[in-house]
Design a protein around this ligand. Sequence first.
Ligand SMILES: Cc1cc2nc3c(=O)[nH]c(=O)nc-3n(C[C@H](O)[C@H](O)[C@H](O)COP(=O)(O)OP(=O)(O)OC[C@H]3O[C@@H](n4cnc5c(N)ncnc54)[C@H](O)[C@@H]3O)c2cc1C
Length: 298
Amino acid sequence: MDATLDVIVIGGGPAGLTAAIYLGRLHRACLVLDAGRSRARWIPESNNCPGFPQGISGDALLARLREQAGSFGAKFEAATVASLDRDADGGFSVASDDGRRWRARAVMLATGLADRLPELEGVEDAVACGALRLCPVCDAYEASDSAIGIHGPWEAVASHARFLRGYTARLSLLPTDVAGDAADLDGIDARILPAGGQLRFDGERCGYAIDGDTHWFDTVYPFLGCSTSAALARQAGVALTDTGEIPVDGHQQAGGIPGLYAIGDVVSGLNQISVAVGQAAIAALHAHGRLPFVPRRG
Ligand SMILES: Cc1cc2nc3c(=O)[nH]c(=O)nc-3n(C[C@H](O)[C@H](O)[C@H](O)COP(=O)(O)OP(=O)(O)OC[C@H]3O[C@@H](n4cnc5c(N)ncnc54)[C@H](O)[C@@H]3O)c2cc1C
């Protein structure tokens, strides 16, 4: 086991890497443990990331953030964290699934979430070319006025209809369970296709096959839910909310446990890079204030 670190950041996506930039610049010893599956890797080009008017891919953004954090002294290890425990002295013990162990005075959970994707051959290619999009706030602008399908349980597709109707008049709802009716759509006009069809991808577009017909779209947004690794927080003693989320205070401290923070998609309702970045800054500054004061040597 290493000597005690100031902060271990679990997760090397935009949230974790931003926290590492701040902590490095606060002269804190910070280690980022990352399993390497950031949601941002799926972003072909982000056009709402502040400061990149020409857009930036998720991979390029992650590389820049990592380089920036490294330049201020943050260290990195590829690791999947399997356990997180509180120690008697108020610190934390962290262990990876291959048996490595670390100790830190504070921990930041920046483990993000995993989208439930449709069972679709070539699903990664479909996301890469924009035939399948996962986040309307992120990229519905790019799909403006195109033929858009919304796929998922009726409740989910109906609740996203208003937002996406603001981007196109060519909107179709592709329910997985039951097809509700227009009365559920609060005055929004959209085509409702029969429920229970199958999504397809032809290399350029996604289609919805039902009753012997395939309806093709420029873009399909699936809303099939997601999972988070809130289990690590629970292990450390956080009482999750009724809906399984990590409760945080105004400093991003999780479950009222001093020194434990949760930032980014793992905690946020608005899953956006700018939100993850802001939460990381708030958490890093608060953690710095709690850690032992270290005067600079003359
Ligand atoms: C297709 C797509 C397009 C998007 N476009 C945009 C956009 O244009 N603009 C925008 O603002 N947002 C966009 N988003 C959302 C954005 O990607 C997320 O909001 C952002 O990545 C969240 O950052 P995060 O650091 O919280 O989580 P992530 O980026 O998901 O990073 C979490 C990291 O934690 C790691 N991890 C998880 N569990 C463990 C563990 N037990 N041990 C170690 N490491 C672990 C993961 O491997 C991952 O590397 C998009 C998302 C998708 C899927």
